[in-house]
Design a protein around this ligand. Structure first.
Ligand SMILES: Nc1ncnc2c1ncn2[C@@H]1O[C@H](COP(=O)(O)OP(=O)(O)OP(=O)(O)O)[C@@H](O)[C@H]1O
Ligand SMILES: [Mg+2]
Length: 458
């Protein structure tokens, strides 16, 4: 497959300019680049979701032009998006066959042949090492399993080229290993894989070719044996990288958050939280590690007051908050960077400045008395865009128009600029490029030196 001189413009931005990319069939080809470099846009063009303004796509030497993903699927190109797109309230089987339902033979052709679908899904799962239970509801699945369903969905449609936009961003190390095992299996079966990642070590371990995109343009294609992660990062940024500095500890003796013996019993299942205790001091950063699905999500939801606990207590700066609402906790200065930025962090159809207000409606500078202060919110948004390096033409574009990593930077900026006394951040650097990751860790280290500052803002 070959892309030549692809150009794609959006209002105020050239997302792709003169992109040239050759993908060898049956290989794993990685695309790397900074947030907003144009990677997702390019993949969407290849999948028929966006139409290029200029340039050509050739498959097996024939020029193709896609009006929609249906056209791309017809020539065997499938895509799994940066943000999953499964319907939660449907089963695995229903999601996989959605829009491609097999029909029963005449005269029952109006009925979906679920038996045939189930067999096909099980068979695909076995062949590519992607086991799933077709009858399980998607809402009950963990992230790794959802991804497997997304991949199966694409294979079910007959894809021979699989595009994965940041597939590992949401996975824990064990799941990444599994996914890479799956990709190797797919490659053995002759499938071409194109994938985007910000994790350069992973890219080096799994890809056959690596293409770097910088500011919308393809700047280099390398084989893993020929480059190091550091060199790739420099190609992405276009200059030498600064060396990270180490800093002194800022941990104090004051306890900010205490979680004691917190248990959450689940009807008919084992508890999702089983006697969890932890303590976070002012100025301290506590990391929580573990295999996804072992209660991390529930713990965060419990601390944020979004999931009631069966027993145990929580206190914030000495005050019992066990029965406080989410709103009360937020107003007491608890900042929150959610795991799923689309579901809990942003209003995708609203402009950036309205997103800045989200969760901080009753704080300065977003409100004066009972009213929303539009000018205050707008100037705060501008400040966030500058300080957190959110790449956007202006603050009136909708959140959906930002690249994934820039959406994350906006959320981080919103939460940190509010001056929280405690910040609960789930995967704060998810989907963020190496340079911006370093910047986010820097912002967090700065923030821990001035805790408690939220109290003055209210
Ligand atoms: N639908 C859209 N409308 C307007 N601008 C857009 C749209 N989609 C993308 N852009 C802009 O095009 C540029 C490239 O975005 P793209 O999503 O391709 O970046 P990316 O390389 O995938 O970044 P990330 O690593 O953060 O996901 C960005 O400046 C983005 O704001
Ligand atoms: Mg992207």
């Amino acid at each position: 497959m070959e892309l030549t001189n692809i150009v794609k413009r959006f209002p105020g931005v050239v997302a792709n300019r003169d992109v040239n990319l050759a993908v060898r069939p049956g290989t794993i080809h990685a695309i790397v680049g900074e947030n907003g470099a144009g990677k997702s846009t390019l993949m969407k063009i290849l999948y028929g979701m966006q139409r290029p303004d200029e340039g050509a796509i050739r498959i097996d030497g024939h020029e193709v032009s896609f009006r929609s993903p249906t056209d791309a699927i017809a020539v065997g190109i499938g895509m799994v998006h940066q943000h999953f797109m499964l319907a939660d309230n449907l089963t695995v089987l229903e999601n996989v066959i959605l829009g491609y339902e097999p029909r029963r033979p005449f005269p029952l052709w109006f009925q979906v042949d679920t038996g045939a679908a189930r067999e096909r899904i099980t068979e695909l799962g076995r062949r590519y090492g992607l086991p799933v239970d077709p009858d399980e509801l998607v809402e009950t699945l963990g992230v790794g399993e959802r991804q497997r369903v997304e991949i199966l969905k694409v294979l079910y449609r007959g894809a021979t080229t699989l595009i994965l936009d940041e597939p590992t961003a949401v996975l824990v190390p064990q799941e990444v290993e599994e996914l890479f095992g799956n990709l190797a299996e797919l490659k053995r079966e002759g499938i071409t894989v194109l994938f985007i990642s910000h994790k350069l070590d992973e890219v080096l371990s799994v890809a056959d070719d690596i293409t770097v995109i910088r500011a919308g343009t393809t700047v280099a294609t390398r084989k893993p044996a020929e480059v190091t992660a550091h060199q790739l990062a420099e190609l992405m940024v276009g200059s030498e990288l600064p060396t990270p500095e180490t800093r002194e500890s800022t941990v104090t003796d004051d306890v900010e958050l205490t979680v004691e013996h917190v248990t959450r019993e689940e009807p008919g299942a084992r508890p999702s939280l089983d006697d969890v205790s932890l303590r976070i001091r002012r100025g301290e950063i506590v990391g929580i590690a573990g295999v996804e699905g072992n209660g991390q999500t529930e713990l965060i939801a419990a601390i944020m007051g979004m999931l009631p606990v069966t027993s145990g207590t929580m206190s914030l700066a000495g005050q019992d908050i066990t029965h406080w609402s989410t709103r009360q906790r937020r107003e007491a200065g608890v900042g929150y960077v959610p795991e799923d930025r689309h579901r809990h962090g942003l209003l995708l159809d609203a402009p950036l400045w309205e997103n800045e207000i989200l969760g901080h409606q009753s704080e300065a500078p977003n409100s004066s008395g009972p009213w929303i202060d539009r000018d205050g919110a707008r100037s705060r948004t501008t400040e966030i865009v500058e300080r957190y390096d959110v790449r956007t033409p202006n603050i009136d574009v909708i959140a959906d128009a930002l690249s994934g990593g820039n959406q994350q930077k906006l959320i981080m900026g919103r939460e940190l600029m509010a001056g929280p006394s405690l910040l609960i951040a789930a995967h704060p650097t998810r989907g963020v490029d190496v340079g911006a990751q370093a910047a986010i860790w820097d912002h967090l280290r700065d923030a821990r030196r001035r805790p408690g500052h939220a109290a003055h803002l209210r």
